[in-house]
Structure formats: C-alpha cells, structure tokens
Design a protein around this ligand. Structure first.
Ligand code: F6P
Length: 479
C-alpha cells in the first residue's frame, strides 16, 4: 500500500504507558518509483509486542526503518506511533555498527567477532539520548515507560535524569552474556549504569539476570541481595527473568481457519506431497545455525538416511541487516551450500532443500507451520526464539515434533522438544532422525506437553507479570 489512508497526522501525544524500542512496529519502505509503503517490521520483538500494545494502549516510540525520515507522530492500526529520526550516518554507526557489529556478537557468545569502535559508541550515546528525549516528551506525569532491548541500554538512565517521576522498566530480548565476555566491552560501566536507571531490568533467563547482578556487584561495587540492587542514589533496582511468550490463542485460531488449512494442503502438494516435511524459519543471522543445519540435512540426504523422494526440507530465511558485512557473507555461504546440495542430489522438480530468502505474512506462516511435520530450530545462541513457540501453538491436532537447540532460550521451557547441541553435526543428524522416526504416540505426548506450556504462559501473562513487578514499590531496606 502507498501512504496509508488510515493514518492521521497528530500533535505529539502523551500517554500513561509508553514503549520505547529501536523499531516502530511498521517500517517505511521506499519503492523504486518514489512511492512509499509500510510493512510490518521484522523480528520477534515486534511480533511479541503488538498484542501487548493493543491490550494496554499507549504510545510506541521507535525508528521508522529508513534513514532521514522526519515524520510526525501518527496513529496506525489503533496504536500511537512516535517516530525517532536516524540519519544515514547514525544508521551506520549506531544500528549497523555498535548495536549489530559490537553488542550483537558480544552478547551472542562471540559467535562472530565483535568490533569495538569509538565513533560507533559515540553514535550509540547520541541516539540513545534522542530516544530518551522523545520518550520524556511523550510520557505523562507518573507514567510507566518500558524500554526494549540492547540497542537502547542507556535510555533508562538518560530518561530518569530527565523524568524522575516515571516508573521505568527495561527488557533485554537477547541473551545477557557471561561476565567474562561482557567485561571485554570498553564501555561496560556506562552500559551497566544505563540499565540501572530502570526500576526493573528483565532478562529472558535467570542466568542473564545473575550475570548482570554479579557485574554490578563486582564492577560498580553495589550492594546486591538476591534479585535486588541498591544504587548509589539509594534506589532499589530489581533484576529478574521473564521468558517472553507469544499470543498463543491468536496463533491457534489463525491455524484453525479453513483458508489456512487449505493453504497448508496446497503447500504440501506443491512440494510433491512428501511423507515428512521439515521446516526451518529464521532471520538470516549467523546466530541461527543455518550452515550447520543445512550441512546436517545435506549429509542425511547424501548418505541415504532420509530419502529425497519422500522427505522435503523447506528453509525460510528472512532478509536481515543486509548492509552488515557478516550478514552478506552468511548469505553467500548459504546460497553456495544449498546450491551444491540441490545440484548434487536433486532431480527435476524435486530439490531436497527448498530455500526461500524472503519474509511472509503471519497467515502464510501459520499455513507453513500447519503444513510441516517437524520444525527444526537450531540456533547456536538465541535469546528466546518465538518461532518455536509459534509452531507449537499452530499444532492444533497435537501432531508433529520440534527439534530445538539447547542454546535457544525457549529450551528452558520447552523441555519436551527433541533437544540438540547444534554444534554437533552428527548429534544433530541423529536428533532429526529420532524426531522423524519416533512413534505418533510419542509425538502427541510431547506436543501436548509443549502446547500446555505455550498456552499457560502466553504473552498476556508475560506482560502482566513484568508490569506488576514494575509497579511494586521497592521493599524497605532490611526486608
Ligand atoms: O530480538 C533481537 C532483535 O534485534 C529485535 O530487537 C528485533 O525484533 C529483531 O532482532 C530484528 O532485528 P532488526 O530490528 O535489527 O531487524
């Protein structure tokens, strides 16, 4: 669509609930003919937060996805959106640089080498300050402001300096690294101080919260007691785990629609009605373990352990951060790997691997989840991985199986998945075969348990538990 008609230009709104995230839920895209379109932003954060915002109302402060856009606040799909402008240089230094070539690899176990560049840090400070300023202008007196993710770790402190009346929460969607890795960061102290501006700092897993508490104790000499930290300005900050969830009911309902079922059948048919359909869905990111997974499938096909006449593997890789060198390299590597396997093992109209470098709307995703038999989610490191939970929510008949990396945050809760170490290619192959050859009875037993987990711990419960803890007054010292 071109400039959407349903958007009304508005005066800057104020709100009692404000979410601050690097991206708005919609990205503004320039078309070659000069027109602009809006599309849903990529990634788990937006998928998880849309329903939270629709339930709570309020304003969403974020970047509209293209450089140099000076946009007024507007309303889209019932949400108040407050754009923050980033110049092309800031995009390069703050987003592609410090956020995605320094913090991202450092926080994901240095799977790729993090680069430490002082000019990137300067841009990170500058842009975080702009987000804080924007949020300070939007929040009503005494409002709750919930800051999201690694791109904005300085915002809690910067915001508190401007607006001590606010209740400030912070949630980190990616892993918080072990102290040995975090300590490599030349700017470790300002990052810790930035986060401590919040009243509540949330992590995906208890290990992340413990790493953070240990760091503030050892690096900032602050007093800590269980999940509480005493700051120098005598505030109490809580640091705890809140594993993020999905809108399980909405996914389930989407999967149940007759048109989804129709489309699922069509997908299987187009793939030659395989006996078993494996599916992978990831952002094209080096943390997702795609080369390892594709190599494992290539070997399984080549060794005759799975039969390309009866088994198909579909891998969807959503384009991501395409100007960052490591991501370009990864794309080339995967193109080559898939090309070689299909070239060696495919026959006319029947490639063993169907590789799609694209993104799909949620309706098509639900159809893919329904069409598949076995979902393969094997990141080398992942904060949570909501795709794994979405797949489970779409298994309306309790069938199929999930092969899941031990290093995805989701493995902490989804214990009935076929868990695997994705670095171990032989182990990965074995696990894929285990999942494929297990009895339907075992599949149903495991899937029922997974579904119970996903439905009992949905996105509303997650948001409510974070926001309830955030609203609680800090306990008196000594209690
Ligand atoms: O979960 C990490 C994250 O950066 C989210 O903030 C975002 O949803 C997703 O990855 C996509 O990344 P980007 O906004 O860089 O495209």
């Amino acid at each position: 669509m071109t400039e959407p008609a349903h958007q009304k230009r508005k005066r800057p709104p104020t709100a009692s609930f404000v979410v601050v995230a690097n991206r708005l839920p919609v990205d503004r895209v320039e078309n070659p003919d000069g027109t602009t379109t809006w599309r849903t932003s990529p990634g788990g954060l937006v998928a998880a937060f849309q329903p939270v915002m629709h339930r709570h109302g309020g304003a969403w402060v974020g970047w509209p996805g293209a450089p140099g856009e000076e946009l007024e606040p507007f309303v889209d799909n019932g949400l108040q959106l407050v754009p923050v402008t980033l110049s092309a240089r800031e995009l390069e230094e703050y987003y592609e640089g410090f956020s995605n070539a320094t913090l991202w690899p450092l926080y994901h176990d240095v799977i790729a080498h993090p680069e430490f560049r002082r000019e990137w840090w300067d841009a990170y400070v500058e842009v975080n300050d702009r987000f804080a300023e924007r949020a300070a202008g939007v929040a009503e007196q005494g409002a709750t402001v919930w800051v999201q993710d690694y791109q904005l770790q300085l915002v809690p402190h910067m915001l508190r300096e401007r607006r001590p009346d606010l209740r400030i929460g912070f949630f980190l969607h990616i892993p918080f690294p072990p102290t040995e890795l975090f300590n490599q960061l030349p700017w470790r102290l300002p990052i810790l101080r930035g986060l401590l501006g919040a009243d509540l700092v949330g992590f995906q897993l208890p290990g992340g919260a413990q790493n953070f508490i240990r760091l503030v104790r050892t690096r900032l000499n602050l007093e800590t007691r269980r999940d509480r930290i005493q700051t120098v300005d005598r505030r109490t900050v809580m640091a705890a785990a809140y594993p993020i969830a999905i809108d399980a009911k909405a996914m389930h309902e989407l999967a149940l629609r007759p048109e989804t079922e129709e489309r699922a059948k069509e997908i299987r048919h187009n793939l030659g009605d395989p006996q078993t359909l494996f599916l992978g869905v990831d952002r094209l990111d080096y943390t997702k373990g795609l080369p390892e997974r594709i190599r494992a499938f290539g070997e399984l096909f080549a060794e005759g352990l799975i039969d390309p006449e009866r088994v198909a593997f579909v891998q969807v890789a959503t384009p991501s951060r395409e100007r960052v060198e490591q991501y370009r390299q990864l794309r080339d590597d995967i193109d080559r790997l898939v090309g070689r396997i299909n070239g060696d093992l495919g026959r006319l109209g029947r490639p063993p691997i169907t590789y799609l470098h694209t993104s799909f709307p949620q309706t098509e995703m639900a159809a893919l989840y329904r069409a598949a038999d076995i979902m393969v989610v094997t990141p080398l490191r992942d904060g949570m991985n909501l795709v794994a939970k979405e797949f489970v929510a779409c298994r309306t008949e309790d069938q199929g199986a999930l092969v899941l990396s031990e290093f995805a945050g989701a493995a902490y809760e989804l214990r009935q998945a076929y868990l695997v170490n994705p670095y171990d290619i032989d182990g990965l192959k074995e696990r894929v075969l285990d999942a494929m050859n297990d009895s339907p009875r075992n599949h149903v037993r495991r899937m029922k348990a997974l579904r119970r987990q996903v439905f009992e711990n949905d996105i509303d419960k997650w948001a409510n538990s974070f926001l309830t803890d955030l609203e609680q007054p800090a306990p008196e010292e000594g209690t």
